[in-house]
Design a binder for this molecule. Structure first.
Ligand code: CAA
Length: 258
């Protein structure tokens, strides 16, 4: 397979790092980037040497949205028959945790990509918004649903209908982002969080992600039942024996990542 043109793919210890790399268009998400990003995510998901994934952009932009130049003249039938946003639907099939490290603009599809990740670490200068309405369209990679679940109806309606952006502090206050760090520390903070996750009992990490995601599907009773079964299943893993034995014996655990 040829190497990707729109992203940089690296492995740092047990962390898979994907850097969006279309600087001339502020990392606008074109069709090629979608295909390359999903291929990289699937390869990391299948790689035992990787325990977690970070997606980042540049200091100026995480991503300024879907590629407007690419979309501008597309007819309906092209979108409908050949969905260029379609690859993003597969992010939900990735079982390893994905952290979005967001600096600068996360607008439109860029905000939606951040929301597709499991959690967001933002730099102080990050800006989030769904400005599609200004282009005569609306969010198309799940923003109307995931942003609303993340921040509630009123603010989601405000952002989607007015197209205004919010800064990192407001995004933190409303729970859109997990942490805000100084811009110079962004990648380091995300890699450290990812490295911490990648050091834990890998089956338990996968189960934990699956359990939290259940909170967004089906009734509470089913989510609780699913969590309990996964909790019980964790006792079938070697990592559970190791983690608890280490605690009882006051030593650091050594997990074997499978
Ligand atoms: N698609 C394609 N190109 C983009 C882009 C995008 N989403 N965002 C920025 N660019 C390009 C600009 O056209 C410009 O290219 P040139 O140098 O060739 O002119 C370059 O990136 C730099 O951008 P600006 O000169 O505009 O930089 P700025 O600092 O003045 O403004 C900005 C930055 C406010 C982010 C502005 O670029 C902007 O408003 N971008 C568009 C944001 C947007 O509307 N996003 C939603 C896209 S639609 C979508 O995402 C649909 C969906 O849900 C799937």
């Amino acid at each position: 397979t040829s190497s990707p043109q729109t992203i940089i793919v690296e492995r740092r210890d047990r962390v898979g790092l994907i850097t969006l790399n279309r600087p001339k268009s502020l990392n606008a998400l074109n069709g090629q980037l979608a295909i390359e990003a999903l291929a990289a995510l699937k390869a990391f998901d299948a790689d035992d040497r990787v325990g977690s994934i970070v997606i980042t952009g540049s200091a100026r932009a995480f991503a300024a949205g879907a590629d407007i130049a690419e979309m501008a003249e597309k007819p309906f039938t092209d979108f409908y028959m050949n969905d260029f946003l379609g690859p993003w639907d597969d992010v939900k099939s990735i079982s390893k945790p994905i952290i979005a490290a967001v600096g600068g603009f996360a607008l439109g599809g860029g905000c939606e990509l951040a929301l597709l990740c499991d959690f967001i670490i933002a730099s102080e200068d990050a800006q989030f918004g769904q400005p599609e309405i200004k282009l005569g369209i609306l969010p198309g990679i799940g923003g109307s649903q995931r942003l609303t679940r993340a921040v509630g109806k009123s603010l989601a309606m405000d952002l989607v209908l007015t197209g205004r952006t919010i800064g990192a502090a407001e995004a933190k206050a409303v729970g859109l982002v997990a942490r805000v760090v100084p811009s110079s520390d962004l990648l380091q903070a995300a890699l450290e969080a990812a490295h911490t996750i990648a050091g834990y009992n890998a089956p338990a990490v996968k189960m934990a992600k699956e359990a939290v995601n259940r909170a967004f599907e089906g009734p509470l009773s089913e989510g609780l039942r699913h969590e309990r079964l996964l909790f019980q299943a964790a006792f079938a893993t070697e990592g559970q024996k190791e983690g608890m034995n280490a605690f009882v014996n006051k030593r650091a655990p050594v997990f074997r990542h499978r």
